[in-house]
Ligand binder design. Structure first.
Ligand SMILES: Cc1cc2nc3c(=O)[nH]c(=O)nc-3n(C[C@H](O)[C@H](O)[C@H](O)COP(=O)(O)OP(=O)(O)OC[C@H]3O[C@@H](n4cnc5c(N)ncnc54)[C@H](O)[C@@H]3O)c2cc1C
Length: 329
């Protein structure tokens, strides 16, 4: 693209699920939109996601709506979405009370507290069981959104700073100046561009993933995904009988021991099947919610970052909020 000459209505920075969703919705409304990404799909959290679309215990109603919106998106773009049960477990009193309240207050009629939850054939635990989960290939959804709306991702272009001009805002990258009437930063963990504006309202979290080999048919298997506390640990049984696990922590040094301890507790045998590991960084607000807003600086710049372990359920909600902010004069 002749980026130096083009002036777009909106420039979306970051082409993960959030950025692509926002760009697709804008394109649908006839807005001239461009998408840039520093790394391409390979670098995004969306690419590494386990694909579990689950409500977040601390923001259950909001994220339940997000799960429903994701379901609709999958239908619209013919992306297979497998409904699933999810078992929520708690490792401390506050998390346990939160889960009990969801069941007691009937916040979700599909969610019930179980004193003896069958985690897999040999293990029982207490926790909340809900039918409200979805398993989706988020990367496939992201690609379908790009195709359907004929959106091109221009990468690798890493935006380094923003500047206000007389009739445009400029996103500056090495060798590029990209003018747009407004900019949306959907950069997830990379809050560098925003740090001068957001101060310390952003928390970094490191994550680690682990995937087992397909397991022998006679081996025990988990019946449903398991989510612990606010997503500090998640375990997902895959269709090929392997198991995918993830741990998140604000303390990177604790990640591996945390993952090993949880797997040991659930099924020590799983540890002998380790096939791959990776780590990455997530960003989230101190209340566990994504950060969505408009910069205080006199620039038409919106941000939508920090989706965290329940990112898939937040993405459509965050997208709606960004679109609403754009309509606000
Ligand atoms: C290992 C792992 C597993 C996960 N599993 C789940 C799960 O099962 N369920 C769930 O709900 N959530 C999960 N998540 C979280 C979920 O994947 C994310 O919340 C969601 O995908 C975030 O989407 P996004 O578009 O906001 O960010 P991303 O997908 O990370 O996209 C942000 C993009 O911005 C680009 N970018 C950043 N800075 C710049 C810049 N300055 N200039 C240009 N481009 C830039 C990056 O290159 C990146 O491509 C997981 C995350 C990880 C790391």
């Amino acid at each position: 693209m002749d980026t130096r000459a083009s002036h777009y209505d909106v420039l979306v920075v970051g082409a993960g699920l959030t950025g692509v969703l926002i760009a697709a919705q804008l394109a649908e409304r006839g807005v001239r939109v461009a998408l840039v990404d520093a790394l391409g799909a390979a670098g995004s959290a969306t690419r590494r996601s386990l694909g579990l679309v689950a409500p977040q215990p601390s923001h259950w109603q909001e994220t339940m709506c997000g799960v429903e919106l994701m379901h609709q998106l999958c239908k619209t773009y013919s992306i297979p979405a497998r409904s699933c049960r999810i078992a929520y477990l708690a490792t401390h009193d506050e998390a346990r009370t939160r889960l009990l309240n969801i069941a007691r207050l009937k916040i979700d009629t599909k969610a019930q507290w179980h004193g003896a939850l069958p985690i897999h054939q040999d293990a029982v635990a207490e926790g909340l069981l809900t039918e409200s989960g979805l398993l989706v290939d988020l990367e496939q959804l992201r690609a379908a959104l790009l195709r359907q709306h004929a959106l091109a991702v221009h990468s690798p272009i890493e935006i380094e700073s923003l500047e206000r001009g007389p009739d445009a805002v400029y996103a500056l990258a090495q060798g590029y100046t990209l003018p747009a009437s407004s900019i949306v930063l959907a950069t997830n963990a990379f809050a560098g561009l925003l740090s001068p504006y957001l101060g310390d309202s952003v928390q970094f979290m490191a994550s680690i993933t682990w995937r087992s080999q397909p397991r022998p048919a006679h081996a025990k298997r988990f019946e449903q995904p398991i989510v612990v506390d606010e997503g500090t640990f998640a375990l997902i049984p895959l269709e090929d009988n392997s198991v995918h696990a993830m741990a998140c922590s604000s303390n990177p040094a604790a990640l591996r021991p945390q993952l090993v301890a949880m797997l040991n507790q659930l099924d020590a045998d799983l540890l002998s099947y380790t096939a791959e590991q990776s780590s990455g960084v997530l960003t989230k607000g101190s209340d566990g919610m994504p950060l969505v807003g408009q910069l205080n600086a006199p620039m038409p710049v919106l941000y939508a970052i920090g989706l965290g372990p329940f990112g898939a359920a937040w993405a459509p909600i965050v997208c709606e909020r960004v679109l609403a902010l754009m309509q606000t004069p």
